[in-house]
Design a protein around this ligand. Sequence first.
Ligand code: NAP
Length: 266
Amino acid sequence: MKFAIQSRNDEYSNELMDRAKTYLSDFGLEWNEQSPDIVISIGGDGTLLHAFHRYREQLSTVAFVGIHTGHLGFYADWKPSEIEKLVISIAKHQFEVIQYPLLEATINYRNTEEQSVYLALNESTIKSPDVTLVMDVELNDSHFERFRGDGLCMSTPSGSTAYNKALGGAVIHPSLEAMQLTEMASINNRVFRTVGAPLVLPAHHVCVLKPVKAPDFMVTIDHLQLLHKDVKSIQYRVAKEKVRFARFRPFPFWTRVHDSFIDSDV
Ligand code: NAP
């Protein structure tokens, strides 16, 4: 089996990376950053986002696992003190693979047929660089609402505990193939109206955002942020690709939610 390690690059994460690399090599596993079977992320959930995007083209063959060197994470749920246990399990191939849904974002432009297509593990957000964001929201080719406000966020189920949660979105179990649209400070008065609640859309639904005025947008894909100019539309749907996580022991999603947000002893 071939492995790679993504470190947050602080001193402690790098020290753990060196230890894990030595242990796994001693077990006869091959360090291979080009085409690993398993990628160990050491840091936090943010580090796993970086690992995900680094191996974005190899999602069907790579399995991810995360060790947290800060607080317990949703993707980074192994403690540093468990590193030997984890290494032995990896070396003995004692793991199953669980798959979580991803978000596909396709950006179309006004004067070209070219598209930008992205995959997000957590979410994609749209904001206007300077003025209020004004977007027509279409669901399955039907006009749903005209949004005015700070921005919109479309999240995956596993990203629902991240930015989505801070925006008042629901926490969604990652076994559900869905995506969730949340508002950022929508303008609602007698003239302007939005639904004012998060929308959870199933896998076969498509959400298209169309600019009403200014066509330039700040678009985030997880931790990545890019200015897109002359945008015609932004389409979101549940991706056909999935992300694979190596699971070595039961650690139910709701236990992680509890341990992360309610009881901070872990
Ligand atoms: P960051 O601003 O350095 O960290 C954002 C925080 O979100 C970190 O504490 C990170 O955990 C946590 N996080 C990431 N994915 C998560 C998940 N699926 N569930 C729960 N918490 C999660 O940025 P970053 O490390 O590059 O991460 C980018 C992410 O930040 C975005 O995908 C977005 O979800 C999130 N974000 C959140 C807000 C907000 O809550 N208001 C605003 C902007 C962006 P670790 O400390 O374990 O890395």
